[in-house]
Ligand binder design. Structure first.
Ligand code: FES
Ligand code: FES
Length: 535
């Protein structure tokens, strides 16, 4: 790319977006240098130092690099270009295209993706081609959008962006995003640029960084956290748990219930895997900021302890404190969907054995009041029904096998044939069809991913064996079918589409697979489905 420096640069400095940043003598990653020494905020830490999510992607002498696994010294004498340093017209074109297609929601993944795709364009790749974009996206994860709207933005870029887009009602778009996401959520160019207001980015520059001790199993107790001047220093002091994955297969921990059923389903633990890890900061005597500043982590952050810890430590230390979970912390401490084993009878009633989770019986009773819920103790990570559609999603999908369709808000029909998911969605007043469609595709992707590939391996004693972001089975762009969405211009009050879309999609995909008795279904069968077979 044009970021290649035409002149020699002192090897003792890194040129970051046109600024000479002295190379510190301490060993550190390029991501640490960018965030802690150059003040860059567009390069994000979604899994550092695993190098697996792509959120920290920047250009080094014009070539995309994952900054969290690049030693800073390797960038000595080189030109580093972040999203902020791309030519403004190109950066804005990408961000506008992503906002126009709905290809960004929380925006945490987006700067890294833009940097990589712009480098692909600059090196002559045709990003109008799905295969080209999907290959570039192999290095990235996006948990919100379901990928398709990112591809659509790339098509816009390849064809020249549309300068005549109609103005959007930002407040209506924001209202739809918040209804779908269940948390504060901005919409627009700044979000695509990674400026959605994440707590790790808005914390005061002089804030102390707090991270949990590696050997703690109680991250809600501030005594179990370590403080440092930077994220890297605090993690060093904590003895940070290293990312790892197991070669062992996951299991389905709860036996199927006894009885006469038309269909049964067993599930295992899955990781919500919001790419922004739980983070909050607080001034002494103040109110915490985060972790729900720009998206709700699919419900996983609702019961996070980081805000209370940041407040407690700030009050104790008398200075601002930002409390940060690493990817490994988020997996170890964050809530999972409760595993279950359930069966549905021909009359639509059923029984479900569910890993114990506060409020699960009441939650299911609100949707399937005649179902018997048995809570069982299963050694494993914490569970929560706050996660998007937890338990209700799985049981409502199972109920469809007996042609029972619980009321779930939006009116959604779905079919899956020839490797294409087709959806018709009436969620009342769309408010902003672009945002609604984006969240519909994101929910469709979430359902597809849970039915076909997501699982965490947990030992019989409850120890979680998968701590890397690529070990959760999250469906990549190449794994994901095309989704066609018809948004009905409903005249009712706006309602969330999320749960109804997830159930309709899971039902369509699972029935196309022949309703095997477990999720995720076998990998080979999932691959056959994606290729358009097995219906
Ligand atoms: S933070 Fe570097 S790849 Fe995830
Ligand atoms: S927009 Fe991609 S992770 Fe949220």
């Amino acid at each position: 790319m044009s970021a290649q420096s035409p002149r020699p640069i002192d090897r003792g400095v890194v040129e970051v977006d046109g600024r000479a940043i002295p190379l510190p003598s301490d060993p550190m990653t390029l991501l640490d240098l960018l965030r802690d020494h150059a003040g860059v905020r567009s390069a994000k830490d979604g899994c550092s130092p695993q190098g697996q999510c792509g959120c920290c992607t920047v250009l080094v002498d014009g070539t995309p690099r994952v900054a969290c696994v690049t030693p800073a010294r390797r960038a000595g004498g080189r030109v580093v270009t972040t999203l902020d340093g791309l030519p403004a017209d190109r950066r804005d074109a990408w961000c506008d295209a992503l906002a126009a297609t709905g290809g960004t929601q929380c925006g945490f993944c987006t700067p890294g993706i833009v940097v990589r795709l712009e480098a692909a364009v600059a090196s002559g790749h045709d990003v109008a081609e799905r295969e080209v974009v999907d290959r570039q996206l192999l290095a990235h994860l996006c948990r919100c959008t379901g990928w398709q709207t990112i591809r659509e933005a790339a098509v816009e870029i390849a064809s020249g962006t549309d300068a005549s887009r109609p103005a959007r009602d930002t407040s209506a778009a924001t209202a739809r995003a918040e209804l779908e996401g269940g948390a504060a959520q901005l919409v627009g160019r700044d979000v695509a640029a990674g400026r959605g207001g994440f707590a790790i980015d808005t914390a005061p520059p002089d804030a102390l960084v707090a991270v949990p001790l590696a050997d703690t199993d109680d991250p809600a107790d501030p005594a179990n956290w370590v403080l440092g001047p930077t994220v890297a220093a605090a993690r060093d002091a904590s003895g940070k748990v290293q990312g790892r994955r197991t070669t062992r297969d996951h299991t389905w921990p709860i036996p199927a219930p006894e009885g006469e059923f038309v269909a049964t389903l067993r599930t295992t633990w899955t990781e919500p895997a919001a790419l922004e890890t739980d983070t909050a900061w607080c001034e002494p005597g103040g109110d915490p900021v985060g972790p729900l500043t720009n998206g709700g982590g699919f419900g996983a952050k609702l019961d996070s302890p980081v805000a209370a810890v940041a407040r407690s430590l700030a009050d104790r230390e008398g200075v601002p404190v930002v409390a940060v979970w690493s990817r490994e912390d988020t997996v170890r401490f964050g809530s999972k969907r409760p595993p279950l084993a359930a069966g549905v009878r021909s009359d639509g009633s059923g029984v479900a054995h569910v890993a114990r989770a506060a409020g699960v019986a009441e939650l299911v009773a609100s949707v399937l009041p005649d179902w018997e819920i048995v809570e069982v103790d299963v050694p494993g990570p914490p569970t929560s029904v706050a996660l998007r559609g937890a338990v209700v999603f799985e049981l409502a999908t199972l109920a469809r096998a007996a042609e029972r369709t619980p009321e779930l808000g939006a009116d959604v029909s779905a079919s899956f044939a020839d490797g294409v998911l087709r959806l018709r969605v009436d969620a009342g007043d769309p408010l902003d069809p672009v945002v609604l469609r984006s969240y519909v595709i994101g929910a469709a992707h979430a359902a597809w991913s849970m039915v076909t590939s997501e699982a965490l391996t947990v030992d019989t004693d409850g120890t979680l064996l998968d701590l890397t972001v690529r070990s959760f089975g999250l469906a990549r762009a190449v794994d994901t079918p095309e989704v066609e969405v018809e948004i009905v211009d409903g005249d009712g009050p706006p309602v969330s589409s999320q749960l109804a879309v997830m159930v309709a999609v899971a039902d369509a995909v699972w029935s196309a697979a022949g309703r095997p008795d477990h999720w995720p279904i076998d990998a080979e069968l999932a691959s056959t489905l994606r290729a358009g077979g097995a219906e």
